[in-house]
Design a protein around this ligand. Structure first.
Ligand SMILES: Nc1ncnc2c1ncn2[C@@H]1O[C@H](COP(=O)(O)OP(=O)(O)O)[C@@H](O)[C@H]1O
Ligand SMILES: [Mg+2]
Length: 422
């Protein structure tokens, strides 16, 4: 009895639990409760990582990094800054080292472009007659680096000077969160859904799509804008199913929504969810190029085949109605690649041998620096390099720089320029 007095509440708990177990565990009730527990914990975890006042701020870049972003060597940049004292000269960080903010880097580049001092590949803005590159980071498989690639590539392109818009299409909103936005905290946040939704004739006025300009957000990275996502994008699926497709075909919604801002950008990059949807098909229709991320594993290569077959079939249905829309390029990017893992090397070689030169030359390396940075929603561009082992960081940075450079050449080839022989 004393035992029951002392541990009464625990015993009662156990009795209740046993009682529940005898009656069976309610599927809906239990899963719902577990979902709530996890959601609460996640929000708390994120709140700790990202205090409301702690909005993302981009770090300054070293002299060497600045040279990389502009596309000049160090002697040349030193000479430019010496002979043009009105250009930003950088600020001293940690005693002796000159660092530059992103806006300063852009100012120096713009000056060099204006004076015809950069090579054609480093003139990272569109010229007359060059249409924006609209690219989807896509694969139906989850965990193959779609969002990580979209994050790193959009940030690298913006730092290189391209006016870039990155669009999150995934209801899970990983990319949105990588930009420091927690959808749960902003229930009224506008997303692509608000711009692509149909006019609702049954509802009072004002329940149609909004101007895409009211959906785009600036980010902490100059020249990089974001269209965030949340669960609402799923509404588009339900509404499309019940909508008269002769009046407003679903596959034109994204293209039409983007039309007013398309010319404000050099590159528009979609981060797709790991499933096919009307919104994804609509984005694919608006795209000029496809970037299919794939890991070098046989299981992923098998599911890649299924995905490609299915997507091809769905596209042919749209093409029958709307005519063919040729892409500038379709490329496969091998992600999370470990060049010291023999099976991965073999699968990568196999992919290259069968996909007729469509696999990108450079792989996105698997790196603890990328994974560690992701725990604070940062990219390798954003993190402070001094917090990493130097070689680990450099290896990840170099991999991102090579992939991004190859992507730039592809983008410019789409503009009709032949820069690096892409
Ligand atoms: N190159 C990489 N090195 C290390 N971890 C990576 C790399 N690319 C992706 N990851 C990690 O793998 C997981 C899945 O990547 P993610 O980009 O979210 O895939 P997807 O968008 O295709 O579902 C994430 O935890 C991410 O941080
Ligand atoms: Mg993703």
């Amino acid at each position: 009895m004393a035992y029951r007095e002392k541990y009464g509440s625990q015993i009662k708990n156990i009795e209740e639990t046993m009682g529940q177990r005898n009656m069976g565990i309610s599927g809906s009730g239990t899963l719902d409760r577990h979902a709530t527990l996890i959601a609460d914990q996640l929000v708390q975890h994120r709140d700790r990582l990202l205090e409301p006042a702690d909005i993302k701020v981009l770090r300054p870049f070293s002299f060497k990094e600045t040279c990389h972003w502009i596309g000049v060597n160090q002697n040349s940049l030193r000479h430019t800054l010496r002979t043009n004292p009105s250009l930003p000269q950088g600020t001293m960080l940690r005693g002796t080292r000159r660092h530059f903010e992103a806006v300063d880097i852009h100012a120096i580049r713009d000056h060099l472009i204006e004076h015809g001092r950069l090579g054609p590949g480093d003139v990272t803005c569109r010229r007359a007659g060059e249409a924006p590159a609209v690219i989807a980071s896509i694969n139906l498989k989850g965990g193959v680096g779609k969002s990580t690639s979209a994050q790193h590539l959009s940030q690298s392109l913006a730092m290189r000077g391209y006016r870039t818009l990155v669009v999150d299409l995934d209801a899970q909103a990983s990319l949105t969160q990588l930009f420091g936005i927690v959808p749960e905290r902003e229930p009224d946040m506008r997303t692509l859904y608000d711009a692509i939704r149909y006019h609702d004739d049954d509802e009072p006025e004002g329940t149609g799509p909004v101007d895409i300009r009211d959906v785009v957000q600036t980010t902490h990275i100059p020249r990089l804008d974001l269209i965030p996502s949340n669960m609402q994008i799923m509404e588009f699926e339900h509404e499309t199913a019940g909508h008269d497709q002769r009046r407003a075909p679903f596959f034109l919604r994204v293209e039409e929504a983007l039309a007013p801002i398309r010319d404000d950008y050099d590159v528009i990059l979609f981060d797709c969810p790991p499933q096919m949807s009307f919104a994804v098909m609509s984005a694919l229709f608006a795209c000029t190029s496809l970037l299919v991320t794939v890991t070098a594993s046989f299981v992923d290569v098998m599911s890649l085949g299924t995905f490609l077959g299915m997507t091809g079939e769905m596209m042919s249905v749209i093409e029958q109605r709307q005519g063919e829309r040729p892409y500038d390029w379709i490329k496969y990017l091998i992600t999370r690649y470990n060049p010291t893992d023999q099976p991965s090397v073999q699968v990568a070689g196999y992919l290259r041998s069968i996909l007729e030169g469509a696999v990108m030359t450079n792989e996105f390396y698997l790196s603890t620096a990328i994974a560690d940075a992701a725990t604070t929603s940062d990219s390798i561009v954003e993190v402070d390099p001094s917090t990493f082992h130097r070689q680990t960081y450099q290896r990840a940075w170099d991999s991102v720089a090579r992939v991004s450079g190859e992507l730039e050449a592809l983008i410019q080839s789409g503009w009709g320029r032949d820069i690096h022989g892409a």
